[in-house]
Design a protein. Structure first.
Length: 330
């Protein structure tokens, strides 16, 4: 048993960290290095400095809750004794996967891999959270911010984007952080936040306080195009690949959730083609989208040629035009 971040996880800490390293390796992500239990910590190579490739592990994952100097450090707290990187376990799991979403991906990863239950304190909070939370207002990003990223970078073209697409979606480059900038608009076309993609570490970043499931990338452009059919994909790059092929598309920044289902219902198009990634998460996201949308829209799904072809839409490029579309799922 491992109590962490409001969850009781039925696994010992060492096994959890070892499983995480194995899962990352299967995705081609070489992180964590040698794993060493030391006192009340599991020591790993820190993913936040030296490209995650330090020789001696300096990052500790606490195995129990500690009360020190009047403060409480929950089990699962991650702290690097070299660079100072600090995160919850769920934030750490997301970060290692190249995602900075406040730990949403990490939380889902724990639930998908182990039996979990809410701790008593978290259960009480969960019962009242929806009543206490107020709708969040997102200010519009000033043009001066967008102008500061008005650069192109070879990585944009390496991902298959052309100049028309770069201009259409105002894709930019942040030289200070070596990252591609991807403005995200509301349905009225106002930029509300900027997703970044670090080129060196291949990590996406979402600004603090942003709920990505309040937005659909490309939705404003889809409305403006007046198209009757829109494809649903996971990432902004996937969506832009389809736009270049003459296909209107929206990106979910994942497999869908939150307000995105309602936003999809609000768009004026008549039908959707769901083209999430060809993996377990993508198939589960597809199932939920069909469940949420099939009474309001005509829903179709993209049929991949092989169940083991894990290339996404951006990887496939023009090959996606050769794939069949099914009017029914399963």
């Amino acid at each position: 048993m491992f109590k962490v971040n409001g969850l009781t996880v039925e696994v010992d800490p060492l096994t959890l960290v070892t499983d995480l390293k194995t899962d990352l390796a299967l995705k081609g992500i070489n992180l964590l290095g040698s794993i060493k239990p030391v006192n009340d910590n599991i020591m790993v190579s820190c993913p936040s400095h030296k490209g995650g490739q330090e020789h001696k592990p300096s990052c500790g994952i606490s195995t129990k809750t500690v009360h020190k100097n009047g403060r409480t450090y929950e089990a699962g707290t991650v702290h690097c004794f070299t660079c100072g990187y600090t995160a919850t376990l769920t934030e750490f799991i997301s970060f290692c996967n190249g995602i900075q979403d406040g730990g949403l991906y990490g939380n889902n990863w724990l639930k998908q891999n182990y039996r979990t239950t809410l701790t008593e304190s978290a259960r009480k909070f969960d019962l009242t959270f929806g009543k206490q939370q107020k709708a969040e207002e997102y200010p519009t990003v000033p043009d001066s911010i967008l102008d500061s990223y008005a650069y192109t970078h070879p990585y944009m073209y390496q991902r298959g984007l052309n100049d028309d697409t770069i201009m259409k979606f105002d894709i930019g480059y942040d030289p200070k952080n070596d990252a591609i900038t991807i403005p995200v608009k509301d349905l009225k076309g106002q930029v509300k936040w900027i997703q970044t993609r670090n080129i060196r570490y291949k990590m996406y970043n979402i600004p603090s306080g942003i709920r990505k499931t309040d937005f659909l990338f490309g939705a404003y452009e889809a409305i403006a195009s007046g198209t009757k059919e829109v494809w649903i994909v996971e990432s902004a790059f996937n969506a832009m690949t389809l736009w270049q092929l003459g296909i209107a598309a929206v990106g979910l920044f994942g497999t869908g959730g939150g307000r995105q289902y309602e936003l999809l219902k609000k768009l004026p198009n008549r039908s959707y083609i769901i083209a999430l990634d060809n993996d377990d998460a993508g198939r589960e996201g597809t199932r939920k989208l069909i469940q949420k949308l099939n009474k309001t829209k005509l829903v179709k799904t993209l049929q991949y040629k092989s169940s083991i072809d894990t290339r996404d839409i951006n990887d496939l490029g023009p090959e996606v035009l050769e794939l069949q579309v099914n009017s029914t799922y399963f």
